[in-house]
Design a protein around this ligand. Structure first.
Ligand code: GLN
Length: 560
């Protein structure tokens, strides 16, 4: 049982999807943290998949992996980056997951002959999943975001469960926040509050009265508009918040704070006497992010580049690292199937860093090999993540270690040199869902390597999501050709990090794990940080080269 009296905040969405409920939940989480409270954020997703692990990135964006190895919605990445509190398996619950548990229990005979129904059995299971977060982590606040939009068929059991929830824990411990859209109708030159009215009514019809309404809009809402919304929502005007568009999502907690969101939640709604907010370091980060001058160009070479959300945490880790070094990171999204086309190769040769992120399957794999080769041969800083390490090892095997046709058996089961092969424990597995090597594991960092210089520690914990690994039978051969295995499992059985020595390449590092998941604003992932630092050095070196004529004479460029 929980030792503290946990409060529960529910966040629902109205009018349309994609309004940024996740960012809103994360921002409120940040504000409560800044007032000295512990927070856990949880997301309910109304779809039937048990988790998003088997969904295409085009359907769902990135799969975010938690410390305890759950494959979850990308909003959990926002939660972790904003609150700096690790999420867990309990933090993402889908309708499929709920039905799965209830049906398993029914098959076991646990319901003793009862008819199993949405109300109460499904709703009870949902409420149980909220309580579990409060009980297991003793937090002051649990924020639960309900995916989807009020009015969706799929969301109904979740909304019904949160409607019932205050009956069990007391209304004074619960708060309902509704996020809506206030669109600007160009030809009328007006902001329209009608969709918000409808959506608040829809919520009331279900039996939920919102305590605060966050209104998404392009620009700041006037007090007049807020008063109008307040009136029909039966709320004081300071409960109507203008969640206007901002250039940087990390500034959302600050814009909420300026409008008194944390004071309203704590003092007015819950009647809690809270310490003053400590937002100094957050603000410093946001200010720093807004004042970057230099720009490094990093190419991300992947298969799902048409949807940037597919690599959300990678992009965020690059941003955190850029801000650390005082430079803006401009990402060049490169479809790996286009590598080999002359203009694409020219672009790759002109960037300051090349990153190959995680991925599955053979499509575009040869393009990734070609991109890694360009990075290796042209001395362009390279970071490979998971599949990006498989690419780096296969490329090195083929073109340096004398193993033509070397490959991962994921791409070519008949390869003469299977430098990447299935993990032994993966051989018998038939189910695709939740069966990879998942979650945080210790990584031993070997001394006198780039990895060690980056981490400054000999054991770190990083998160995994893969089935294939470096083949131990070919490890020696790769090593004697010059590839360095700078990170391994503590027993040295699995390779975790590969790199090229400093005298061979300025920065060529790849990891089997996904360092991006642990990157935070103000505390970038060490490997990303060093990679972007190397890219920045590469950019500067190139500028110097351009400024100095081949014979060493100073050119006009230096005089501006
Ligand atoms: N497809 C590869 C594997 O399963 C890499 C996975 C990844 O990049 N996340 O091992």
């Amino acid at each position: 049982m929980s030792q503290v009296e946990t409060r529960f905040i529910f966040i629902t969405g109205g009018v349309v999807s994609s309004l940024g409920k996740g960012i809103a939940a994360a921002s409120i989480g940040r504000l409560l943290r800044s007032r000295g409270f512990s927070v856990q954020i949880q997301k309910f997703d109304p779809y039937i998949n048990v988790d998003p692990g088997t969904m295409s990135p085009y359907q769902h964006g990135e799969v975010f992996v938690t410390e305890d190895g759950a494959e979850t919605d990308l909003d959990l990445g926002h939660y972790e980056r904003f609150t700096d509190a690790n999420a867990s398996r309990a933090s993402n619950v889908t309708a499929g997951g709920i039905y799965n548990s209830v049906i398993r229990r029914e098959r076991r005979g646990d319901y003793l002959g009862a008819t199993v129904q949405v109300v109460p059995h499904i709703t009870d299971e949902i409420k149980q999943r909220i309580r579990v977060v409060a009980d297991s982590s003793d937090v002051d606040f649990v924020i639960t975001e309900i995916g989807g939009t009020v009015g969706d068929i799929e969301s109904l059991p979740f909304l019904e469960a949160i409607r019932q929830f205050p009956v069990e824990v007391g209304r004074r411990r619960c708060m309902f926040i509704h996020l809506t859209l206030v669109p600007y109708i160009g030809h009328a030159g007006e902001l329209k509050t009608k969709p918000t009215q409808h959506s608040v009514n829809e919520l009331r019809r279900i039996g939920i009265n919102p305590d605060m309404v966050l209104c998404r809009s392009e620009s700041v809402l006037s007090t007049e508009i807020r008063k109008k919304i307040a009136l029909f929502a039966s709320l004081p005007v300071n409960a109507i918040i203008s969640a206007y568009d901002v250039a940087d999502v990390y500034s959302c907690p600050l814009t909420f704070h300026e409008q008194g969101v944390d004071d309203f939640i704590l003092a007015e709604h819950f009647g809690i006497d809270a310490p003053a907010p400590d937002l100094d370091s957050w603000k410093a980060f946001v200010d720093r992010a807004a004042s970057l001058t230099a720009e490094v160009r990093i190419a991300i070479v992947g298969k799902y580049v048409r949807l940037e959300d597919a690599y959300l945490s990678v992009a965020e880790a690059l941003r955190h690292s850029g801000i650390h070094h005082g430079c803006r990171v401009k990402i060049e999204w490169v479809d790996s199937e286009t590598v080999g086309e002359p203009q694409v190769d020219a672009l790759l040769r002109g960037v300051d860093g090349i990153l190959i992120p995680g991925g599955f399957g053979g499509r575009g794999f040869e393009g990734k090999i070609a991109a890694a080769r360009i990075a290796r041969e042209s001395g362009i800083p390279y970071l490979g993540v998971c599949l990006g390490m498989h690419v780096a090892v296969s490329e090195f095997a083929r073109h340096v270690a004398g193993m033509p046709g070397a490959n991962s058996t994921e791409m070519d089961p008949e390869t003469p040199y299977p430098v990447i092969d299935l993990l032994p424990e993966q051989r018998e597995i038939a189910d695709m869902g939740g069966t990879m090597r998942l979650g945080a594991d210790p990584v031993k960092i070997h001394p006198d390597t780039r990895a060690h210089a980056a981490y400054g520690e000999s054991v770190v914990y990083e998160r995994h999501r893969h089935r294939y690994e470096v083949n131990n039978h070919l490890r020696k051969r790769l090593e004697s050709a010059g590839l360095v295995f700078s990170g391994t499992t503590p027993d040295e059985r699995l390779v975790e990090i590969t790199e090229l020595p400093r005298d061979v390449h300025p920065f060529y590092v790849a990891s089997q794990f996904h360092p991006e998941f642990k990157s935070r604003p103000g505390r970038p992932s060490p490997l990303f940080r060093e990679f972007v630092g190397a890219a920045e050095a590469h950019r500067r070196a190139r500028l110097d080269e351009q400024a100095v004529a081949p014979d060493g004479e100073i050119t006009a460029a230096q005089f501006g």
